[in-house]
Design a protein around this ligand. Structure first.
Ligand code: SF4
Length: 345
Protein backbone atom coordinates (compact mmCIF):
# COMPACT_ATOMS: atom_id res chain seq x y z
CA UNK A 1 0.00 0.00 0.00
CA UNK A 2 1.43 3.41 -0.94
CA UNK A 3 1.89 5.80 1.95
CA UNK A 4 -0.15 9.01 1.80
CA UNK A 5 2.03 12.09 1.51
CA UNK A 6 1.66 14.87 4.07
CA UNK A 7 1.38 18.55 3.33
CA UNK A 8 4.81 20.00 4.22
CA UNK A 9 3.38 23.44 5.04
CA UNK A 10 0.92 21.96 7.54
CA UNK A 11 3.80 20.49 9.54
CA UNK A 12 4.78 22.14 12.81
CA UNK A 13 8.46 22.88 13.48
CA UNK A 14 8.48 20.08 16.07
CA UNK A 15 7.02 17.59 13.57
CA UNK A 16 9.66 18.53 11.01
CA UNK A 17 12.39 17.92 13.57
CA UNK A 18 10.91 14.53 14.43
CA UNK A 19 10.90 13.59 10.75
CA UNK A 20 14.53 14.61 10.38
CA UNK A 21 15.58 12.68 13.48
CA UNK A 22 13.73 9.57 12.30
CA UNK A 23 15.58 9.89 9.00
CA UNK A 24 18.95 10.30 10.72
CA UNK A 25 19.37 13.89 9.55
CA UNK A 26 21.01 16.62 11.59
CA UNK A 27 18.68 19.03 13.32
CA UNK A 28 20.13 22.17 11.66
CA UNK A 29 18.46 20.97 8.47
CA UNK A 30 15.09 21.93 10.00
CA UNK A 31 16.12 25.59 10.03
CA UNK A 32 17.28 25.39 6.43
CA UNK A 33 14.04 23.76 5.31
CA UNK A 34 11.89 26.25 7.26
CA UNK A 35 13.79 29.13 5.74
CA UNK A 36 13.10 27.81 2.22
CA UNK A 37 9.40 27.37 2.96
CA UNK A 38 8.54 30.40 5.11
CA UNK A 39 11.20 33.00 4.32
CA UNK A 40 12.01 32.38 0.66
CA UNK A 41 8.50 31.04 -0.01
CA UNK A 42 9.53 28.28 -2.42
CA UNK A 43 6.98 25.73 -3.63
CA UNK A 44 9.18 22.72 -4.39
CA UNK A 45 11.85 20.57 -2.78
CA UNK A 46 14.14 20.88 -5.83
CA UNK A 47 14.50 24.59 -5.07
CA UNK A 48 16.12 23.82 -1.68
CA UNK A 49 19.60 23.76 -3.17
CA UNK A 50 21.61 23.74 0.08
CA UNK A 51 20.13 20.37 1.06
CA UNK A 52 21.76 17.10 0.03
CA UNK A 53 20.08 15.44 -2.93
CA UNK A 54 19.14 12.41 -0.78
CA UNK A 55 17.31 14.60 1.74
CA UNK A 56 15.43 16.43 -1.00
CA UNK A 57 14.31 13.09 -2.45
CA UNK A 58 13.30 11.82 0.96
CA UNK A 59 11.25 14.98 1.59
CA UNK A 60 9.58 14.62 -1.81
CA UNK A 61 8.79 10.99 -1.00
CA UNK A 62 6.96 11.88 2.23
CA UNK A 63 5.54 15.35 1.63
CA UNK A 64 3.92 17.55 -0.98
CA UNK A 65 3.48 21.30 -1.51
CA UNK A 66 -0.13 22.47 -1.88
CA UNK A 67 0.88 25.14 -4.38
CA UNK A 68 -1.48 27.49 -6.22
CA UNK A 69 -1.45 27.80 -9.98
CA UNK A 70 -2.88 30.87 -11.68
CA UNK A 71 -5.86 29.84 -13.78
CA UNK A 72 -7.03 33.29 -14.79
CA UNK A 73 -5.59 36.76 -14.20
CA UNK A 74 -7.68 39.85 -14.85
CA UNK A 75 -6.43 43.40 -14.43
CA UNK A 76 -8.79 46.37 -14.21
CA UNK A 77 -8.08 49.86 -15.55
CA UNK A 78 -7.15 51.02 -12.03
CA UNK A 79 -4.43 48.32 -11.83
CA UNK A 80 -6.37 46.01 -9.49
CA UNK A 81 -5.60 42.40 -10.36
CA UNK A 82 -7.85 39.48 -9.54
CA UNK A 83 -6.30 36.04 -9.78
CA UNK A 84 -8.26 32.81 -9.81
CA UNK A 85 -6.01 30.15 -8.32
CA UNK A 86 -6.38 26.46 -9.00
CA UNK A 87 -5.71 24.41 -5.86
CA UNK A 88 -4.01 21.02 -5.80
CA UNK A 89 -7.39 19.26 -5.66
CA UNK A 90 -8.84 21.18 -8.62
CA UNK A 91 -10.93 23.65 -6.57
CA UNK A 92 -10.59 27.40 -7.08
CA UNK A 93 -10.18 30.49 -4.95
CA UNK A 94 -9.52 34.12 -5.76
CA UNK A 95 -7.27 36.79 -4.36
CA UNK A 96 -7.04 40.44 -5.31
CA UNK A 97 -4.00 42.69 -5.50
CA UNK A 98 -4.88 46.34 -5.05
CA UNK A 99 -2.32 49.00 -5.99
CA UNK A 100 -1.71 52.15 -3.98
CA UNK A 101 0.94 54.71 -4.91
CA UNK A 102 3.93 52.41 -4.49
CA UNK A 103 2.48 50.01 -2.04
CA UNK A 104 0.10 47.17 -2.64
CA UNK A 105 -2.59 45.52 -0.56
CA UNK A 106 -3.62 41.93 -1.07
CA UNK A 107 -7.07 40.63 -0.25
CA UNK A 108 -6.71 36.98 0.68
CA UNK A 109 -9.25 34.12 0.82
CA UNK A 110 -9.47 31.80 3.80
CA UNK A 111 -11.96 29.18 2.60
CA UNK A 112 -13.14 27.73 -0.71
CA UNK A 113 -16.60 29.27 -0.88
CA UNK A 114 -18.48 30.10 2.29
CA UNK A 115 -21.33 28.59 4.28
CA UNK A 116 -22.63 31.75 5.91
CA UNK A 117 -24.89 32.93 3.11
CA UNK A 118 -24.83 36.71 3.59
CA UNK A 119 -27.45 37.99 1.20
CA UNK A 120 -25.34 40.73 -0.38
CA UNK A 121 -22.28 38.56 -1.05
CA UNK A 122 -21.39 36.87 -4.33
CA UNK A 123 -19.14 34.29 -2.61
CA UNK A 124 -22.19 32.96 -0.76
CA UNK A 125 -23.57 31.67 -4.07
CA UNK A 126 -20.73 29.10 -4.17
CA UNK A 127 -21.66 27.34 -0.96
CA UNK A 128 -18.85 25.92 1.17
CA UNK A 129 -16.28 23.48 -0.20
CA UNK A 130 -13.45 23.38 2.34
CA UNK A 131 -11.06 25.33 4.51
CA UNK A 132 -7.82 26.52 3.00
CA UNK A 133 -4.63 25.06 4.42
CA UNK A 134 -1.91 27.14 6.07
CA UNK A 135 0.16 26.85 2.89
CA UNK A 136 -2.68 27.97 0.62
CA UNK A 137 -3.32 31.08 2.71
CA UNK A 138 0.41 31.79 3.01
CA UNK A 139 1.08 31.34 -0.69
CA UNK A 140 -1.53 33.92 -1.74
CA UNK A 141 0.62 36.41 0.17
CA UNK A 142 3.90 35.12 -1.32
CA UNK A 143 2.49 35.45 -4.85
CA UNK A 144 1.14 38.93 -4.12
CA UNK A 145 4.50 40.05 -2.73
CA UNK A 146 6.34 38.85 -5.79
CA UNK A 147 3.80 40.49 -8.16
CA UNK A 148 3.99 43.80 -6.24
CA UNK A 149 7.80 43.71 -6.51
CA UNK A 150 7.60 42.88 -10.22
CA UNK A 151 5.53 46.02 -10.64
CA UNK A 152 8.19 48.10 -8.88
CA UNK A 153 6.40 48.39 -5.52
CA UNK A 154 6.10 46.42 -2.33
CA UNK A 155 3.38 44.56 -0.50
CA UNK A 156 2.47 46.62 2.52
CA UNK A 157 -0.94 45.37 3.67
CA UNK A 158 -2.82 42.11 3.91
CA UNK A 159 -6.56 41.92 4.41
CA UNK A 160 -8.32 38.65 5.09
CA UNK A 161 -11.51 39.72 3.37
CA UNK A 162 -11.59 37.43 0.35
CA UNK A 163 -13.66 34.26 0.09
CA UNK A 164 -14.76 32.69 3.34
CA UNK A 165 -15.05 33.50 7.02
CA UNK A 166 -11.52 33.47 8.51
CA UNK A 167 -12.69 32.72 12.06
CA UNK A 168 -14.30 29.48 10.87
CA UNK A 169 -10.82 28.39 9.76
CA UNK A 170 -9.26 29.66 12.95
CA UNK A 171 -6.19 27.43 13.39
CA UNK A 172 -4.98 27.60 9.80
CA UNK A 173 -5.55 31.34 9.51
CA UNK A 174 -3.70 32.08 12.73
CA UNK A 175 -0.83 29.75 11.85
CA UNK A 176 -0.52 31.35 8.39
CA UNK A 177 -0.46 34.82 9.98
CA UNK A 178 2.18 33.61 12.45
CA UNK A 179 4.33 32.42 9.52
CA UNK A 180 3.79 35.70 7.65
CA UNK A 181 4.77 37.80 10.66
CA UNK A 182 7.58 35.64 12.11
CA UNK A 183 11.03 37.24 11.79
CA UNK A 184 12.28 33.93 10.39
CA UNK A 185 9.24 33.85 8.04
CA UNK A 186 8.15 36.80 5.90
CA UNK A 187 8.71 39.23 8.78
CA UNK A 188 5.69 41.42 8.05
CA UNK A 189 4.33 43.58 10.83
CA UNK A 190 1.02 42.34 12.33
CA UNK A 191 -0.18 45.94 12.28
CA UNK A 192 -0.26 45.62 8.48
CA UNK A 193 -2.72 42.74 8.63
CA UNK A 194 -6.49 43.00 9.04
CA UNK A 195 -8.75 40.06 9.66
CA UNK A 196 -12.36 40.69 8.75
CA UNK A 197 -15.15 38.65 10.32
CA UNK A 198 -18.94 38.68 10.12
CA UNK A 199 -18.92 38.34 13.89
CA UNK A 200 -18.31 34.88 15.35
CA UNK A 201 -18.51 36.06 18.95
CA UNK A 202 -16.69 33.19 20.75
CA UNK A 203 -13.78 33.33 18.31
CA UNK A 204 -13.43 37.09 18.76
CA UNK A 205 -12.88 36.38 22.46
CA UNK A 206 -10.49 33.61 21.51
CA UNK A 207 -8.46 36.09 19.42
CA UNK A 208 -8.16 38.28 22.49
CA UNK A 209 -7.08 35.31 24.63
CA UNK A 210 -4.54 34.40 21.96
CA UNK A 211 -3.20 37.93 22.28
CA UNK A 212 -3.21 38.64 18.55
CA UNK A 213 -1.49 41.79 17.33
CA UNK A 214 -3.22 42.22 13.97
CA UNK A 215 -6.25 44.43 13.29
CA UNK A 216 -9.81 43.24 13.59
CA UNK A 217 -12.62 44.36 11.30
CA UNK A 218 -16.22 43.35 11.85
CA UNK A 219 -18.81 43.35 9.07
CA UNK A 220 -21.62 45.00 10.97
CA UNK A 221 -23.82 46.36 8.16
CA UNK A 222 -26.60 47.25 10.60
CA UNK A 223 -26.92 48.09 14.27
CA UNK A 224 -30.57 47.01 14.19
CA UNK A 225 -31.08 43.38 15.13
CA UNK A 226 -33.84 42.64 12.64
CA UNK A 227 -32.10 44.28 9.68
CA UNK A 228 -28.84 42.51 10.48
CA UNK A 229 -30.62 39.16 10.79
CA UNK A 230 -32.26 39.71 7.41
CA UNK A 231 -28.91 40.48 5.77
CA UNK A 232 -26.67 37.96 7.51
CA UNK A 233 -27.97 34.60 8.75
CA UNK A 234 -25.09 34.42 11.27
CA UNK A 235 -26.76 37.29 13.17
CA UNK A 236 -29.45 34.80 14.26
CA UNK A 237 -26.74 32.93 16.11
CA UNK A 238 -24.89 35.88 17.66
CA UNK A 239 -26.96 38.88 18.68
CA UNK A 240 -25.68 42.45 18.62
CA UNK A 241 -25.39 42.29 22.41
CA UNK A 242 -23.25 39.15 22.27
CA UNK A 243 -21.07 40.78 19.63
CA UNK A 244 -20.73 43.89 21.75
CA UNK A 245 -19.63 41.74 24.72
CA UNK A 246 -17.01 39.97 22.63
CA UNK A 247 -15.74 43.29 21.23
CA UNK A 248 -15.50 44.85 24.69
CA UNK A 249 -13.48 41.82 25.77
CA UNK A 250 -11.27 42.11 22.67
CA UNK A 251 -10.67 45.83 23.13
CA UNK A 252 -9.90 45.44 26.84
CA UNK A 253 -7.37 42.67 26.24
CA UNK A 254 -5.67 43.96 23.10
CA UNK A 255 -5.97 47.70 23.62
CA UNK A 256 -6.83 48.17 19.96
CA UNK A 257 -9.63 49.89 18.07
CA UNK A 258 -11.58 47.52 15.80
CA UNK A 259 -13.18 48.67 12.56
CA UNK A 260 -16.82 48.21 11.61
CA UNK A 261 -17.41 47.53 7.94
CA UNK A 262 -20.74 48.96 6.84
CA UNK A 263 -22.07 48.39 3.32
CA UNK A 264 -24.57 51.08 2.46
CA UNK A 265 -27.59 49.46 0.83
CA UNK A 266 -30.28 51.64 -0.65
CA UNK A 267 -33.46 51.63 1.42
CA UNK A 268 -32.16 48.83 3.68
CA UNK A 269 -29.66 50.29 6.16
CA UNK A 270 -28.91 53.81 4.94
CA UNK A 271 -31.54 56.00 6.68
CA UNK A 272 -30.86 58.58 9.35
CA UNK A 273 -32.52 56.21 11.80
CA UNK A 274 -29.98 53.52 10.85
CA UNK A 275 -27.15 56.02 11.36
CA UNK A 276 -28.55 56.85 14.82
CA UNK A 277 -28.71 53.17 15.80
CA UNK A 278 -25.12 52.76 14.60
CA UNK A 279 -23.92 55.78 16.58
CA UNK A 280 -25.57 54.43 19.75
CA UNK A 281 -23.99 50.97 19.21
CA UNK A 282 -20.56 52.57 18.69
CA UNK A 283 -20.70 54.28 22.10
CA UNK A 284 -19.80 51.00 23.77
CA UNK A 285 -16.16 50.78 22.61
CA UNK A 286 -13.51 52.68 20.65
CA UNK A 287 -14.20 51.88 17.03
CA UNK A 288 -13.88 53.37 13.56
CA UNK A 289 -16.24 52.83 10.68
CA UNK A 290 -15.52 52.02 7.07
CA UNK A 291 -18.48 52.88 4.90
CA UNK A 292 -18.31 50.67 1.84
CA UNK A 293 -19.87 51.44 -1.48
CA UNK A 294 -21.99 48.44 -2.49
CA UNK A 295 -20.98 46.69 -5.70
CA UNK A 296 -24.11 45.55 -7.43
CA UNK A 297 -23.81 42.02 -8.76
CA UNK A 298 -26.00 39.44 -10.47
CA UNK A 299 -26.20 37.36 -7.29
CA UNK A 300 -28.40 39.82 -5.39
CA UNK A 301 -31.00 42.54 -5.92
CA UNK A 302 -29.51 45.12 -3.55
CA UNK A 303 -28.61 48.55 -4.83
CA UNK A 304 -25.96 50.98 -3.70
CA UNK A 305 -27.11 54.04 -1.75
CA UNK A 306 -27.04 57.24 -3.73
CA UNK A 307 -24.42 59.85 -3.00
CA UNK A 308 -26.71 62.28 -1.20
CA UNK A 309 -27.92 59.58 1.19
CA UNK A 310 -24.36 58.41 1.79
CA UNK A 311 -23.18 61.93 2.54
CA UNK A 312 -25.95 62.53 5.10
CA UNK A 313 -25.28 59.15 6.73
CA UNK A 314 -21.57 59.93 7.06
CA UNK A 315 -22.20 63.52 8.20
CA UNK A 316 -24.47 62.30 11.00
CA UNK A 317 -21.85 59.85 12.29
CA UNK A 318 -19.14 62.49 12.13
CA UNK A 319 -21.36 64.89 14.07
CA UNK A 320 -21.22 62.26 16.85
CA UNK A 321 -17.40 62.32 16.72
CA UNK A 322 -17.11 58.89 15.18
CA UNK A 323 -14.14 58.23 12.87
CA UNK A 324 -15.55 57.39 9.44
CA UNK A 325 -13.79 56.46 6.20
CA UNK A 326 -15.65 56.06 2.95
CA UNK A 327 -14.18 53.23 0.91
CA UNK A 328 -14.61 53.31 -2.84
CA UNK A 329 -14.07 49.82 -4.15
CA UNK A 330 -11.49 49.16 -6.82
CA UNK A 331 -11.62 46.57 -9.58
CA UNK A 332 -15.40 46.60 -10.03
CA UNK A 333 -15.40 45.81 -13.74
CA UNK A 334 -13.52 42.55 -13.16
CA UNK A 335 -15.72 41.60 -10.17
CA UNK A 336 -12.74 41.96 -7.83
CA UNK A 337 -14.35 44.43 -5.48
CA UNK A 338 -15.63 43.76 -2.00
CA UNK A 339 -18.30 41.03 -1.94
CA UNK A 340 -17.86 40.20 -5.63
CA UNK A 341 -15.56 37.18 -5.43
CA UNK A 342 -17.54 34.30 -6.83
CA UNK A 343 -15.00 32.12 -8.61
CA UNK A 344 -16.52 32.75 -12.01
CA UNK A 345 -13.70 31.60 -14.23
S1 SF4 B 1 -19.66 38.16 3.36
FE1 SF4 B 1 -18.03 36.82 4.06
S2 SF4 B 1 -19.06 35.52 5.58
FE2 SF4 B 1 -20.71 36.46 4.38
S3 SF4 B 1 -21.13 34.94 2.76
FE3 SF4 B 1 -19.60 36.41 1.96
S4 SF4 B 1 -17.63 35.43 2.34
FE4 SF4 B 1 -19.14 34.43 3.66
Amino acid sequence: MTQQKENIRSLTDAELLTFLKANKQQSFRAKQISSWIWDKGVGSFEAMNNLPEALRSSLAEHFFFDTLSAEQVQTAADGTTKTAWKLHDGLHIESVLIPGKERFTVCVSSQVGCKLGCLFCATASLGFKRNLSVGEIFEQVVKAKSEAEKRGGSLSNIVLMGMGEPLLNYENVLTAIARITAPEGMGMSPSRITLSTVGIAPQIKQLADDNVRFNLALSLHSAKEEVRKALMPIAKMYSLNELADSLKYFVAKTDTRPTFEYLLLKGVNDSLDDAKALAVYCRQFPVKINIIEYNENKFSDFQASDEKQRNSFVAFLESKNIIVNVRRSKGKEIAAACGQLAGQI
